[in-house]
Design a protein around this ligand. Structure first.
Ligand code: G3I
Length: 385
């Protein structure tokens, strides 16, 4: 058999003893400790899920979900583009099944997300004639959407990521380059929190963002949260997404962010935790891996499997992160992974489509990785008096 030349380096690596995801070890007799049990008394452990797990089509993911997690977040299905694809047309099929699944499993159900500049449908910011929507009309659409979606799941969704990623990385100011904030300014945020509370007075309401380990961005987010509170609106906590790498952010930066959140009197949730092991070159953002393969195969280095030393590095990184989380157990109420197993991780397709990342605790066959055991050990160590 003649191999395509671009595959040869990976076949070679596999022959050197990389763990291939196609030859995962057979399940062991002793079931591993469920994550949610290891974390009991510290915080909930959640997972973001998609249609595969909602419908049960992903049998591996569904089994892991039922065993290890006590909170679920809709990774994509409640985003405006999907749940509200056209004016006054709502698509509740998967969201309804998502909420019903949470109830069947007896786990906490988290809604994600009501106002976000990304994944907003095209019609949202325009009138029928194609002109930009007026401030009044956009506010009306926002209130109608939030009332409809939150109202539908009243008493069933425990908490909502009401506003997602409203603040710029560079200077902590509002993203006024995006239609929500160019047209409405901070009012978009206030209106969303107000409408969510009106639609379900018992639901918890969160502001969710990434990169909060950067002090400049964090200060901007805390200022926005202070403004929400100054308006007399309900906000229960901050969602720190936790999309991390092996060596960024620094552990001291994660620690410092948690100190600031506690000082602000906020409940904290790590809402989208994962750790990429892949390089992230700025100039390849959005590129198609197959197109750049010959140029830079090092951009997808573990296609045939991740070597043991890298597995160990990932495990150590996860253990360190969870040791900090455990230290701040008084503030943290939930740690949610952005996916269950590596096969379903968004990182396989971002910032370059079609790569092979290893960002989660379970491998592509659903087997616990060294990182899983490291997290359980870190949690168990934190339980000891
Ligand atoms: O389902 C289609 C598929 O039919 C099509 O062939 C394929 C072609 O690109 O696209 C598929 O849809 C993709 C979808 O994920 C499901 O995989 C979209 O293109 C892609 O844009 C979408 O990405 C999601 C992204 O948000 C944008 O909504 C990721 O799965 C999801 O993990 C990611 O999650 C966000 C959080 O909501 C907010 N914080 C950051 C986080 C990561 O970006």
């Amino acid at each position: 058999m003649k191999l395509p030349s671009r595959l040869i380096p990976f076949v070679f690596l596999a022959a050197l003893g990389c763990q291939s995801h196609s030859t995962a070890p057979a399940p062991t007799a002793a079931d591993p400790t469920p994550l949610k049990e290891a974390a009991r008394g510290l915080f909930r452990v959640g997972a973001a899920i998609n249609a595969g797990q909602i419908t049960g089509r992903d049998a591996v993911g569904s089994r892991l979900l039922a065993t290890h997690f006590d909170s679920i977040t809709a990774e994509n299905n409640m985003k405006w583009m999907h749940i509200g694809p056209a004016p006054d047309r709502f698509n509740f099929d998967l969201p309804d099944r998502f909420v019903a699944l949470g109830e069947r499993l007896g786990v906490q159900v988290i809604g994600h997300t009501l106002v976000w500049h990304s994944q907003a449908p095209k019609w949202l910011f325009h009138d029928a004639d194609g002109s930009e929507v007026s401030r009044e009309e956009l506010l009306r659409r926002l209130r109608h959407h939030v009332a409809t979606v939150v109202g539908r799941y009243k008493g069933r969704v425990a908490g909502w990521d009401v506003v997602n990623e409203a603040i710029r990385d560079e200077d902590g100011t509002l993203r006024t380059d995006k239609p929500w904030y160019r047209i409405l300014g901070e009012e978009a945020v206030f209106a969303a929190f107000e409408a969510a509370h009106q639609a379900d007075p018992d639901a918890e309401l969160y502001y969710n963002d990434y990169g909060l380990e950067n002090p400049v961005k964090r200060a901007g987010v805390l200022k926005l949260i202070a403004a929400i509170r100054a308006r007399g609106l309900r906000i229960d906590g901050i969602g720190s997404q936790g999309h991390y790498g092996l060596d960024w952010p620094l552990l001291s930066e994660i620690d410092a962010s948690l100190v600031d959140f506690a000082q602000a009197g906020l409940k904290v949730m790590y809402t989208e935790l994962d750790v990429t092991v892949l390089p992230r070159p700025e100039n390849y953002f959005g590129a198609e891996i197959s197109k750049i393969y010959k140029l830079a195969p090092e951009l997808d280095p573990y296609r045939a499997g991740m070597p043991a030393d890298k597995q160990a590095e990932l495990a150590k990184r996860y253990a360190d992160i969870f040791a900090i989380f455990a230290k701040h157990r008084e503030s943290i109420t939930r740690v949610t992974f952005w996916g269950i197993h590596d096969r379903m991780s968004w990182l396989n397709n971002w910032p370059i489509r079609g790569r092979t990342d290893y960002a989660l605790l379970f491998d592509r066959a659903g087997e616990p990785k060294p990182a899983f055991h490291a997290v359980v050990e870190a949690l168990q160590a934190a339980q000891k008096p």
